[in-house]
Structure formats: C-alpha cells, structure tokens
Design a protein around this ligand. Structure first.
Ligand code: KIV
Ligand code: ZN
Length: 388
C-alpha cells in the first residue's frame, strides 16, 4: 500500500514571522516563498493581511508569484479581516482563507467575553463569509488543545456545515501531551458528522518542547495536514519544526505517511530563513543545527569512522549536508586524530601517532576545537615524519 501523503502547511511567513525581531518585508517574504515552493510544501501561509498595509502587500505579492502551492491568508472571525484577506489573495492560483476563533473556556470567557453559543455562531458566519470569496476555507479553533472535546466537536461540525474544507486544531499554548493531543484528533474523527469530507490539521506550539511529538500523534490518529515552520520559529517557544516532521516521516516508513518535501533542500532553506529573519539556529537543533552531524567524543568518532550508522540515523546528504564531521576536541581519541591527519595527507605509524596524540591533547586542552591549521603546526613543530 502506498504511503498516505501528509500536507505540509508552512506558516514561517505568518506564525514564524510573529517573533520579535523576525519581521520580514515583501521582498524577503517573496524570496522565502519561492524557496518554500522549491522545497515542495503544499500550503504557504503568507501572512495576516489585515494586520498592516505592508503585510497586505506581501501576501498579495506571494499570492501572485506562487505557481503550485496553495497560498493562505490569516484572518480572525471578523468581517473586515476576512474581506481584507480575500482581497490580498487576489491573483493567487490556489487561494485559501484561514479564519477562526477561540474555543477554550479561557478564551471564550476572558478573551472574547462571550458565550459558547455566540462562538459557534461567529464561527459559522466567518466560514460562510470566507466561502463567498474562495472555495478553500480553513477554520481554526484557537486553543483547541485546552478546549473541551465535546464542545470542540460541535464547533467543528458547524464549521464543516458552513463550508470549511480544512479544520485546524491548534494546541495554541503548547499544553497537550502527545497522547492527549492524538486522542483529541481521534475523538473528532469519531464524533463529528462530515469529518471524512474535510482535512484535519495539526498546529502545535512548542512551549513544553512537545510540538513535533504532538503533530506526529495527530497524524498517527488521522490528521492529514501539519502546520509548521522552518527551524521551528514562531510565537514564544515556537512552532513545530518542518524539517523534523519531514525527516521523522521519512525515517519511520512503517508509519506509512509521507510528504512531498525534497529533504535535500532542508539545510539551505533553514540557512536562508535564519539569515532573512536574523534568527540564528541553535547548534544542537535537530536536523539543521551546526552540530546535527558532527561528532566530537572519542567513542562516537571511533564508531562513525568505522561505520557511519553506528551513531547517525540520518545520512547527512539526505538533508543537503555533504558529510558528517569529526570535530577535534580534548575528548577526541586517536582514531579521530588519525582520520583528520589522513585527510590532510599525513599517514603516521602507531608510534608517531602516539607522539602526535600526546601533543594534540595539550593543544586541545587550551583550545576548544583543534582545526586543520593547528594540525599542520603540530606536525611541523615536532618534525613528525609520515610512514610512507
Ligand atoms: O496558534 C494558533 O492558534 C494560531 C492560530 C491563529 C491558527 O496560530
Ligand atoms: Zn500558532
């Protein structure tokens, strides 16, 4: 049986861009949107058009430029938001309006200061209005992660009746545990009439570091779209990281779920977004961090040099990185030193290597990392002679 395709909804340009200091102008959004299409995402959420004239212009420019992907604009369940999103999406080959409202009791009572019944009627009106502009309407139930499942099911059912094509179930505050979030998706499948006609979407924030795990729990329980961002950028602790989702589904084929993303472009896309947003990627970030394929302890280096898969579950070339790297530090062993020396053209016998290693450890204790230049100096200063 061929793998079921999970739609990748990229919200780097909307939720990702909400991070302080990461604001993008129209040109920057266009460059990133082009790269996202190349990468193979299914949906590009380009922005929140009503939020500012600049974002309106950017969403419109992305809508006009994009050829294959669906281009989506965010709106609240507010008439002017929806009309503005529809206008900004003009020129898109495949436009989608994303509209919605808070559904948790906390949102209903304190943010919206209304009632559950009023929330349902505003949701229905919003979806109907969006539907009068575009065929493809995604409804989000904000804070669905903390929303009572029975009420959430009622809201979803009414949104479907009003014409929603996609239902987004956001864990807005990153509160859920994977089991809980997966059970929520399953509950909706079992309790909402008409759910088989729409696509359920995950949108998980990372406040407890569970965004990726929750998104995977969502698709394992039937969701067919994942909302995510490059490098996991987003409000507070961020969103689900696109690169993690793509590689998890790829590395676990028995899940029988796949994406249309070209994983070989993940590293360059990560670097582009990091550069444009002026937001460095943490070195230990899964998949795209500078250390994701580098090995510095002697035990690991020895294993990787003998057989890469002893300490790597991903071939770095699959994500666009040429090679694993063997970093020389005071924790490195002889095998790593010999390996790096060989790369520089020095083949030493055991006795010479032992001598080099003794000096190397002194250098490594002083410097955090021993680089090629240090190795050349070390060899020359000690007059070490190659075995052949
Ligand atoms: O986190 C969230 O709930 C959102 C919605 C606006 C979709 O970003
Ligand atoms: Zn969000």
């Amino acid at each position: 049986m061929s793998a079921q395709k999970i739609q990748i909804f990229d919200t780097t340009l909307r939720d990702g861009e909400q991070v302080p200091g990461c604001k993008l102008n129209t040109h920057e959004k266009l460059v990133i949107a082009k790269q996202l299409e190349l990468l193979g995402v299914d949906v590009i959420e380009a922005g929140f058009p009503v939020s500012s004239p600049g974002d309106f212009e950017a969403v419109n420019a992305v809508a006009r430029q994009t050829k294959e992907a669906i281009v989506c604009g965010l709106s609240r369940a507010v008439e002017n938001d929806i009309r503005t999103a529809a206008e900004a999406l003009q020129g898109a080959r495949r436009p989608r309006i994303h509209t919605g409202i808070g559904t948790s009791d906390l949102h209903v009572k304190y943010k919206l200061r209304t009632t559950r019944e009023e929330v349902i009627s505003r949701a229905v009106e919003a979806v109907r209005l969006a539907k009068s502009f575009v065929e493809d309407v995604e409804f989000y139930a904000e804070d669905a992660g903390r929303t009572d499942n029975a009420f959430l099911a009622r809201v979803c059912e009414q949104a479907i009746k009003a014409g929603a094509t996609v239902l987004n179930i956001p864990d807005t505050t990153g509160y859920c545990l994977p089991e809980e979030y997966g059970a929520k998706i399953k509950y909706l499948y079992e309790h909402v009439n008409g759910i088989d006609k729409v696509c359920l979407s995950t949108h998980c924030h990372n406040d407890l570091g569970l965004a990726t795990a929750n998104s995977i729990a969502g698709v394992v329980n039937g969701a067919r779209q994942i909302e995510c961002t490059i490098n996991g950028v987003g409000e507070r602790a961020g969103n689900t990281a696109l690169e993690e989702i793509v590689m998890i589904l790829r590395q676990h084929p028995y899940l029988n779920l796949s994406t249309g993303v070209n994983s070989k472009l993940l590293t360059e896309t990560s670097a582009l977004v990091s550069h444009m947003m002026r937001m460095p990627v943490q070195p230990n970030k899964a998949i795209v961090g500078a250390n994701a394929f580098s090995h510095s302890s002697g035990i690991h280096q020895d294993g990787v040099i003998k057989h890469r898969e002893t300490y790597e579950i991903i071939d770095p070339r699959d994500v666009g990185v040429d090679n694993s790297s063997i970093v020389l530090t005071a924790r490195s062993g002889r095998a790593a030193l010999a390996y790096r020396l060989q790369k520089l053209g020095y083949n030493f016998d055991k006795e010479t290597l032992d001598k080099a290693y003794g000096t190397f450890l002194h250098v490594a204790d002083v410097k955090k990392e021993v680089v090629d230049e240090d190795l050349h100096v070390l060899v020359e200063k000690q007059n070490l002679v190659a075995a052949n």
